[in-house]
Design a binder for this molecule. Structure first.
Ligand code: MCN
Ligand code: CUN
Length: 792
């Protein structure tokens, strides 16, 4: 299937070109940087050149004297307005502008507002900050050393860099399993720091109307309503006087979930100058100072019988959270959803301990198409299964097949307490192996090895947990995890759907219209999807954790069903029969036994707005709303096989073939689902082979541009070969599960497993990402890439 084919609009689910593309491909999208308001000023952020330094003084007088500068804001200005600190998503606090110390390179120190963005940038150079450099802590494993400098001395009573200890699973049962296991395979591994790097950087236009006291904020956010509530909390502005508008978004990938100091500075800029203020990051600022992902030092152990029955998993992690803990998970799950590390396997016991630490690096810790740490969890268990296969001399696909959860075990409660809703795992793996031609590939590999050529086949299987919610799993600043949908059918039968979630490229304007079409028989072309404006949409927590379909999609389907029931009563009045005598067929209600006596949804809509005599208690018009509180997460899954050729001379890895079988339950729009998978697979190849946010030992950021922070292009990607199985979610109104992060979660392990498999003739059992040519070449020279973790 290709997205460019002309195709008819389906009346419901099915392949359909994206409605939003008509404006995107013509260059008519409206992004934050396209917003121009009368009298608008421009802000620029002064950032710290040091990873760790005391601020002795900040002299802004020369900048203030610049003819085009309207204001210069420092931490002191903010303290006067009671805005010096803002909450992070995990109840930590982050300095909006540093006053006492800078704690990572790129941290915000001052904000200049000028008539144009060039003058604002120029004036940054006129600000004189006197720093006293302090020794930085860059390596998370050293952050807990007794002599490590204390990064967060702003927090009362803090004498070390320890943030939290968190554990899950049954330690006694796990130790017992390990005590009697015939085989234990252990491996240290690092999931390096990476950054989502959306094409559009972060930015905002803040516009405070002094007369009405209303703040309108155009901003790059995946979660407009959550941002509004946080601003109300941070800025002390009344929530009803804040309007967040998130216009077209040029990719989020998790980067646009949190609040950044620049947003708050834009608001303060508008308060101080009385004018609209625009702030827009450049690429380096985005890469250096907005939320990163991963940075997980993991030690995993897997216990099994000699026959290859997996018995247990034992894991220790040191998690680098940077200078401010911005994890989108509060106290209950400080390690996010890493607790699903038992993956897709039937085992007896599991235990894991995670220690979170502060370092002198940019804050964050979660987001990048990750489902909140499930990427790390899947990578860990899928590498461990391969390491076990290596030690046992068993084929890794065969070892997985022996240990995957069986369909009859669903719904399945994992050993760490997650309720997997549905799945047929062996079917998906079998399909992937058939589709890739596994047997033939192994034969080809054996022949190549004879000739000294390096070819590898990597298998991974993943279980995702998406739909961020329910409350027992997650909350943000104490808010529950329900999302609203409001549906109104106009008198002429066209409709408008208002959503709390916000698309950043996932195609919501299309797929959510398709959900309504499927339920009501109104063409998706006749349904407008409104989102990204808090004044026009119902409250909800937004788009991340692939939760739009699981949560807002459910709200949409339920709202549409409510409209259908309202329509039934109107139709019964029109047809002068009892509602019980009516039957639904997509798009119309008809009289049982007399299909010719029927009313279409648009006839009903017109009548519902007329002064038709409706039964007692039934209101006119045709609309309904739903606030959906998800009872559980949805658990999509998939089986991936990657084939690589490695050039032994140069260490260059070529991904030759990649088969991905995904199951996200019922698919609303198969081409959008496939697009989501394509993007995630490219992400996986990028992380496995080239992407890394590196730092030197002084804490200098080494990936501030796309020349240094390498993203994969089509040149590094094969032509993806996709397959599917469909196992509906039993608790979701339309049986759909999320898909937005599956491929990013599942693919890195497949690529790394393939490269390690290729290097097997060189005795390589594990290699850390990114597997750059230099790293791979070193491995072929007998220098195994190892992360020596000092976790005891
Ligand atoms: N879909 C479908 N059938 C299903 C499941 C999903 O047709 N069974 C469709 C949905 O209706 C939606 C799309 O696939 O149009 C993705 O749906 P879903 O899995 O619900 O994910 P979200 O819409 O909540 O998107 C969030 C997710 C996340 S968390 C990240 S990170 C990510 C991702 O989406 N960021 C993206 N994919 C992205 N794709 C683009 N282009 N840009 C981003 O920033
Ligand atoms: Cu984890 S990145 Mo997405 O949930 O926005």
């Amino acid at each position: 299937m290709t997205a460019t084919e002309e195709r008819p609009t389906p009346m419901g689910y099915g392949p359909m070109n994206r409605k939003e593309d008509a404006r995107f491909v013509r260059g008519h999208g409206t992004y934050v940087d396209d917003i121009v308001l009368p009298g608008m000023l421009h802000g620029a952020v002064l950032r710290s050149p040091y990873a760790h330094a005391r601020i002795l003084s900040v002299d802004t007088s020369a900048a203030q004297a610049h003819p085009k500068v309207r204001a210069v804001i420092t931490g002191e200005t903010l303290a006067g307005l009671n805005l010096a600190w803002m909450p992070t998503l995990s109840h930590d606090v982050q300095a909006v502008l540093a006053t006492d110390k800078v704690r990572f390179q790129g941290q915000e120190v001052a904000f200049v507002i000028a008539d144009d963005r060039y003058s604002a940038r120029d004036a940054l150079e006129l600000i004189d900050v006197d720093y006293e450099p302090l020794p930085p802590v860059v390596d998370a494993r050293k952050a807990l050393d007794a002599d490590a400098p204390v990064i967060r001395d702003d927090l009362e009573g803090r004498t070390d860099n320890h943030i939290f200890d968190w554990e899950t699973g049954d330690k006694t049962a796990t130790d017992d399993v390990f005590g009697r296991a015939e085989v234990v395979a252990a491996q240290d591994m690092l999931y390096p720091r990476v950054h989502p790097a959306p094409m559009e950087t972060c930015g905002a236009v803040a516009d405070l109307d002094k007369i009405t006291g209303k703040l309108t904020m155009y901003t790059t956010t995946q979660a407009p309503h959550a941002h509004r509530t946080v601003y109300a909390m941070v800025a002390g502005l009344p929530e009803h006087k804040i309007r967040i508008i998130s216009p077209d978004i040029g990719g989020g990938f998790g980067n646009k979930v949190g609040i950044y100091p620049g947003y708050v500075c834009a608001i303060v800029g508008s308060i101080v100058t009385g004018k609209p203020v625009k702030w827009m990051e450049d690429r380096s600022e985005n890469l250096m100072s907005t939320s990163f992902a991963r940075d997980y030092h993991m030690r995993g152990e897997i216990a099994a019988t000699r026959e290859g029955k997996i018995l247990g998993l034992r894991v220790k992690v040191i998690a680098d959270h940077g200078a401010f803990n911005g994890t989108a998970q509060p106290t209950k799950f400080p390690a996010g959803f890493f607790g699903v590390f038992t993956g897709s396997y039937d085992l007896e016991a599991a235990h894991c301990e995670v220690t979170g630490v502060y370092t002198n690096k940019a804050p964050g810790g979660v987001a990048y198409a990750c489902s909140f740490r499930i990427t790390e969890a899947v990578y860990l268990v899928e590498r461990l299964v391969d390491v076990l296969a290596y030690d046992l001399g068993v084929d890794p696909a065969e070892l997985r097949m022996r240990n995957l959860l069986r369909p009859e075990q669903f719904p399945y409660e994992s050993k760490t307490g997650w309720e997997y809703d549905s799945g047929d795992y062996p079917k998906a793996l079998r399909l992937a192996l058939e589709q890739v031609g596994y047997e033939e590939l192994r034969a080809e590999q054996a022949a190549k090895r004879e000739r000294g050529e390096l070819m590898g086949i990597g298998v991974s299987f993943f279980t995702e947990a998406v739909g961020a919610g329910p409350r027992k799993h997650m909350d943000i600043l104490g808010l529950g995890m329900a999302d609203g949908a409001e549906l109104r059918v106009h008198p002429t039968g066209k409709a408008v759907l208002r959503l709390s979630c916000q698309t950043q490229g996932q195609g919501h304007e299309t797929t959510f219209a398709q959900i309504v079409a499927e339920e009501l028989g109104i063409s998706p072309d006749d349904i407008d999807v409104v989102h990204g404006d808090t004044d026009q949409t119902p409250f909800g927590l937004g788009t991340y954790g692939s939760r739009s379909t699981p949560v807002s999609g459910a709200a949409t389907a339920v709202a549409a069903r409510r409209v259908r029931e309202r329509a039934k009563i109107v139709a019964s009045a029109m047809l002068e029969v009892s509602p019980d005598d009516l039957e639904w067929e997509k798009g119309r209600w008809f009289v049982k036994g007399d299909p010719s006596a029927s009313k279409t949804i648009s006839e009903i809509a017109l009548a519902a707005h007329a002064d038709l005599e409706l039964p007692e208690g039934v209101e006119g018009h045709l609309d309904a709303a739903c606030v959906y509180n998800p009872p559980n997460l949805t658990y999509p899954f998939g089986a991936y096989v990657c084939v690589v050729d490695v050039d032994a001379e140069t260490g260059q890895v070529k991904v030759r073939k990649f088969v991905a079988v995904d199951d996200c339950g019922v698919r609303i729009n198969p081409i959008i689902v496939e697009g989501q998978v394509h993007g995630g697979l490219a992400d996986g190849v990028g992380m496995a082979l080239m992407q890394v946010m590196a730092f030197d030992e002084d804490g200098n950021h080494l990936g501030g541009s796309f020349m240094d922070y390498l993203l994969p292009t089509s040149m590094e990607c094969p032509s993806w070969e996709l397959g599917e199985t469909v196992t509906p979610s039993p608790h979701h109104p339309i049986g759909a599960k999320g898909i937005g992060e599956s491929a990013t979660v599942g693919s890195p392990a497949a690529v790394v497993n393939a490269v390690v498999d290729a290097l097997r003739p060189h005795g390589v059992r594990h290699a850390d990402m990114p597997l750059t040519p230099a790293a791979v070449w070193r491995a072929t020279q007998g220098d195994p890439i190892r992360t020596d973790l000092a976790i005891t």
